[in-house]
Unconditional design. Structure first.
Length: 299
């Protein structure tokens, strides 16, 4: 939910707001539908309480697809990222999250045939976009950025395309005021493409980052990592916004937003809760789907 030429590129909001037609915000007999934004609130306004919220005590399956097989992450570096360590830090994160105890939580989710989300994630490719839609992006502008990156390619059905914006770029539907990121899906060149917006948290550290000193020495980018993880696990378990969610419309990661479990102190004095490869990160917990569901960092 809203909290979301490529090298080999084939490609909910940490809050609320208006996406595309695919972003249905209307309730029905199954309760409120997810919109890709409604749980990705700013720090201090998180809806998830790590306990299942009010009403139903666990997440439910609503019949839609999940992402099976390897989930490929594609980065679209939008704006000016020159001289920023983000390109290394975020790439390392994408290369390290697959196969981790953390992402393994998503294997508790499955589709109508019983096929589970896998614990396989890969960095499929990356590209840059130097302000093709300007410094003030609309939701439609984010989709246009994804479409531009794909060109004539049909996109990767196992891909999630992340539009990562530099700190001078605003997403006008509510970045830094209502959410820190979001995910959705939409038709691009006739293909159903899963994509996400995540902005540099340096634009609003107090709202979109958990700490002002961070494990990798780049607080804005370390803040982005938790949001990227949030959108990735929601895209894997609820890619078309019609699979796994609570009656409130909250998706798995929404329920655990801004909760971090057991932390430790990194070498520079900042807080972290997991090591992937050689790097420490502070990443929010995710919801384990079971009869005794809960927020956790691993099964």
């Amino acid at each position: 939910m809203r909290r979301n030429v490529l090298v080999s590129l084939s490609i909910g909001l940490l809050s609320l707001s208006c996406l595309t037609a695919a972003d249905d915000r209307n309730g029905n007999g199954n309760g409120q539908l997810p919109n890709g934004k409604s749980g990705e609130t700013l720090l201090g306004n998180a809806k998830g309480n790590g306990k299942g919220g009010s009403g139903p005590t666990n997440i439910s399956y609503h019949g839609g697809p999940v992402m099976t097989g390897t989930t490929n992450m594609y980065y679209i570096w939008y704006g000016d990222w020159s001289g920023n360590t983000a390109t290394t830090i975020l790439s390392d994160f994408a290369k390290g999250i697959g196969g981790s105890p953390y992402f393994n939580i998503n294997t508790t989710y499955y589709d109508g045939s019983g096929t589970k989300v896998s614990n396989n994630v890969a960095l499929g490719g990356s590209t840059t976009d130097y302000y093709s839609q300007g410094a003030n992006l609309t939701d439609a502008g984010v989709k246009a950025v994804v479409a531009k990156s794909l060109g004539s390619n049909l996109g990767d059905p196992h891909g999630v395309y992340f539009v990562l914006t530099s700190a001078d770029v605003n997403e006008t539907s509510g970045f830094c005021t209502q959410y820190c990121g979001w995910h959705t899906h939409g038709s691009i060149s006739g293909a159903d493409i899963k994509y996400s917006f995540v902005g540099d948290a340096a634009r609003c550290l107090s709202g979109c980052a958990a700490q002002s000193t961070s494990p990798n020495g780049n607080p804005g980018v370390d803040g982005m990592i938790s949001v990227i993880a949030h959108e990735l696990e929601e895209a894997a378990t609820d890619p078309d916004l019609n699979a796994w969610y609570f009656a409130t419309g909250a998706e798995n990661a929404d329920q655990c937003a801004w909760t971090f479990g057991t932390e430790y102190t990194a070498g520079n004095g900042s807080k972290a809760n997991m090591k992937l490869g050689t790097r420490d990160y502070l990443v929010q917990q995710n919801w384990i789907q079971s009869s005794a569901g809960k927020c956790a960092l691993h099964l």
